[in-house]
Design a protein around this ligand. Structure first.
Ligand code: NDP
Length: 358
């Protein structure tokens, strides 16, 4: 079965490709340059000799009809996973051009092309974000539990004032647009939509060469920042704080809707340490102190080299983060989401092993 994955070179998308290829899907990935596609293809072919993986170039997902050519070339595409979206701060352009337009036009384009040309497409999975769930006014409010049903009330007019809220609103507006599109076109389309709403995505890079990039993506920066700290580092250790999930779990949630019809029409919300067995609704809350604690506990060789942090009782700081519950996702999928310390352990180990080889 053919699956189209947009933004296939991304941190999350490479793990999605891993799950899809190991599950024997035939993957068509979109990338922005030929070189990127070739490098990824070579790495996956080393891992899976049976890999069926092809790349198509889409320089800008927000350009009109960006995906028409691909859907015409592969009329038998059965599933579409739309992950491409800008996720880097400081481009120098306007907030509309940097976030809103790529996120919303990209999503609208893939849905329009699928409606017009993707007659065999059954499932569309869209990488949304916890950004589209969270309510910025309810941070640290234990009486407000964020779930799959919660929607961020922010408007673009308010959001455009700064870079972080612009990113947040662009994700929310893109997800909102996709559900509206389905509602408005339900008599004309044969596909279902599932969205995945991850908070901070942490975890190892799919391939070691992902560590070569001089500046890693925002999520991986947090692990690097902890590793680059020194015993004399002054912090602040209570930031950046947020709710975490593991990149491998996020990837899995993108594949499951292709196999399980019950996930159609749902928002899937991955959170570290949750699951029908684990049920830990504190585990995903983190700040730099917590990352340092995991590293200092699990890697004796790092003790005395990196900072111990300066927060003795982290709970009051972690209590200031969002409250959440993803029971619906746990019940629907049966996934036990990796605990935070496993994610930090695996990312740290990958970096330490890689450095030893240099
Ligand atoms: P990356 O930056 O690693 O991946 C983003 C991907 O999108 C890259 O392949 C990038 O291509 C591509 N892309 C970005 N803008 C465009 C564009 N205008 N046209 C074509 N391709 C484009 O980030 P992540 O893997 O972390 O993010 C993937 C998705 O997950 C995004 O939708 C993001 O919003 C979402 N997400 C991420 C979270 C996180 O913590 N990482 C949390 C919640 C949601 P290139 O490699 O060429 O730059």
């Amino acid at each position: 079965e053919k699956v189209l994955v947009t933004g296939a070179s991304g941190f999350i998308a490479l793990h999605i490709l891993d799950v899809l290829l190991s599950e024997r899907f035939h993957v068509i990935g979109t990338v922005r340059s030929k070189d990127k596609g070739e490098k990824i293809k070579k790495s996956f072919e080393e891992l899976y000799p049976y890999a069926q993986l092809d790349f198509e170039i889409v320089p800008d997902v927000a350009a009109a009809h960006a995906f028409d050519g691909i859907l015409k070339k592969y009329p038998d595409i059965k599933h579409i996973l739309h992950t491409a979206s800008p996720f880097s701060f400081g481009s120098g352009k306007s907030m509309e051009e940097t976030y809103l337009i790529p996120a919303t036009h990209g999503t609208r384009n893939i849905l329009e092309s699928t409606k017009n040309l993707g007659k065999n497409v059954k499932h569309v999975v869209i990488t949304s974000s916890f950004a589209s769930i969270l309510n910025l006014d309810r941070e640290g409010d234990s009486s407000f539990i964020h779930t799959e049903k919660t929607w961020n009330p922010i408007t673009w007019d308010i959001a455009k004032a700064n870079e972080i809220t612009s990113y947040i609103a662009s994700k929310k507006l893109a997800e909102e647009l996709s559900w509206k599109f389905l509602e408005e076109n339900k008599s004309d389309v044969n596909f279902t939509i599932t969205t995945v709403t991850p908070p901070y995505v942490l975890g190892p890079q799919m391939f070691d060469w992902g560590l070569e990039r001089s500046s890693l993506n925002t999520s991986a920066e947090i692990v690097n920042q902890a590793l680059q700290s020194t015993p004399a580092s002054k912090g602040p250790f209570d930031v950046p704080n947020g709710v975490a999930c593991d990149v491998r779990d996020v990837a899995l949630l993108h594949m499951l809707p292709l196999r399980n019809e019950n996930l159609a029409g749902h928002r899937l919300f991955p959170i570290s340490g949750t699951g029908l067995k684990q049920r830990d609704y504190e585990d995903a809350k983190f700040n730099l102190q917590r990352v340092l604690d995991v590293m200092n506990t699990k890697f004796p060789e790092l003790r005395g080299k990196i900072s111990p942090g300066d927060i003795k009782d982290n709970k009051p700081y972690l209590d200031k983060i969002y409250y959440y519950n993803n029971d619906e996702t746990c019940q629907l999928t049966g996934v036990e989401f990796k605990p935070f310390d496993v994610t930090i352990y695996d990312s740290t180990k990958q970096i330490l092993d890689y450095e030893k080889l240099q």
